[in-house]
Design a binder for this molecule. Structure first.
Ligand code: 2P0
Length: 331
């Protein structure tokens, strides 16, 4: 029996994923590009144990809810199918950042679980296969297998085997800082999985969202290659606001923002108009992520901290690949 502990970082998309083309295989309807975040991470320890009758999940020190445990058990079933290990698992996982408030905890959680549980079950998967496995847990998790600048392909195959992420550049390519303005720590009302399906079914903007995505991808990839900050800023804000327009035009409308979220967007644009290279992006939650070259991070952080309604600002650089932290034989 093996006990394996892994670590995976969260990520933030610069070109957003919203919508699925296949629900059982969790295949996204659009490609995406993200940066991996150094200081927001999940650590997960897994051991498969013949004595256990059910999978057990301890999340941030407490026994997880039935819903979270079921979601994990379903994911572990995929690993049990692929490996010879049919035992139930004891899983302890910690996130060092607020969960369910638009800071993609499912991304780092499923990337980490794929690596730790896969290894504990005796699978030795290459990164591309780990990315495919992580995607089955959560679409954005496929990207958290890799560090730096990451592209998630939409794929063409029906079985989803080419719907995986790959690294565009390691973090050393470009020293960017992400400043996360926390504007609320309440649990959001509609999670991404339900929200994006609702958008697919009801939003009149869904089709144009899908058809306009390849252009954003091409422009963002090229801007990252060229380290063209202005272009990255333009495309990232466009993709972010387009995704939120799609969410707002869902029926019933998905409003992920609060007043401070909107104030912070204006504030970031003002900073940019005044010569500071910075742009914003926002996921399915109220937090605003301001992204700038590292040398501007001090002044951007200070400005965001002074904005009324901002609870605190988390600063992070770009992170690395998901890694195994510890591997022990037990029992
Ligand atoms: C993204 N988000 O590209 C987008 C932007 C949120 C907004 O990926 O259903 O938790 O598990 O595949 O990965 C969040 O969606 O959804 C997400 P599932 P996931 O980062």
């Amino acid at each position: 029996m093996k006990k394996v502990k892994a670590k995976a970082c969260s990520n933030i998309a610069l070109v957003k994923y919203w919508g699925k083309r296949n629900i059982p295989l969790n295949l996204p309807a659009v490609a995406s590009i993200s940066v991996t975040l150094d200081t927001l991470f999940t650590e997960t320890e897994v051991r498969f144990d013949p004595e256990l009758k059910n999978d057990i999940l301890v999340l941030n020190g407490s026994l997880a809810s039935e819903k979270d445990t079921q979601r994990m058990a379903k994911f572990l079933d995929l690993i049990r199918e692929k490996s010879k290990n049919k035992n139930c698992a004891y899983v302890e996982s910690t996130n060092n950042f607020p969960t369910s408030a638009g800071l993609a905890s499912s991304a780092s959680s499923f990337a980490c679980l794929a690596l730790a549980a896969g290894r504990a079950a005796g699978l030795d998967l290459p990164k591309s296969k780990l990315s495919e496995l992580a995607r089955l847990g959560s679409g954005s998790a496929a990207r958290s297998i890799f560090g730096g600048f990451v592209e998630m392909a939409i794929g063409k195959k029906d079985d989803g085997s080419d719907c995986i992420a790959h690294q565009l550049f390691p973090k050393e390519h470009w020293d960017l800082t992400v400043l996360i303005a926390i504007t609320s720590e309440k649990k959001k009302k509609t999670g991404s999985t339900d929200g994006m399906e609702s958008s697919r079914l009801t939003s009149p903007f869904y089709k144009p969202w899908i058809t306009s995505s390849p252009k954003d991808m091409d422009e963002m990839r090229e801007a990252i290659i060229q380290k063209d900050f202005e272009k990255v800023a333009e495309v990232a804000e466009f993709s972010c606001l387009k995704m939120h327009a799609l969410a707002l035009a869902t029926n019933p409308g998905l409003i992920y923002w609060n007043g401070t979220t909107v104030d912070a967007m204006h504030h970031v644009r003002e900073m940019r108009e005044n010569g500071t290279p910075v742009f914003f992006t926002i996921d399915a939650g109220p937090q605003v992520k301001a992204i700038c070259p590292a040398e501007y991070s001090g002044q951007v952080q200070k400005q965001l901290e002074q904005l009324p309604g901002v609870i605190r600002v988390i600063k992070t650089g770009l992170g690395g690949d998901a890694i195994v932290v510890e591997e022990k034989r037990v029992g």
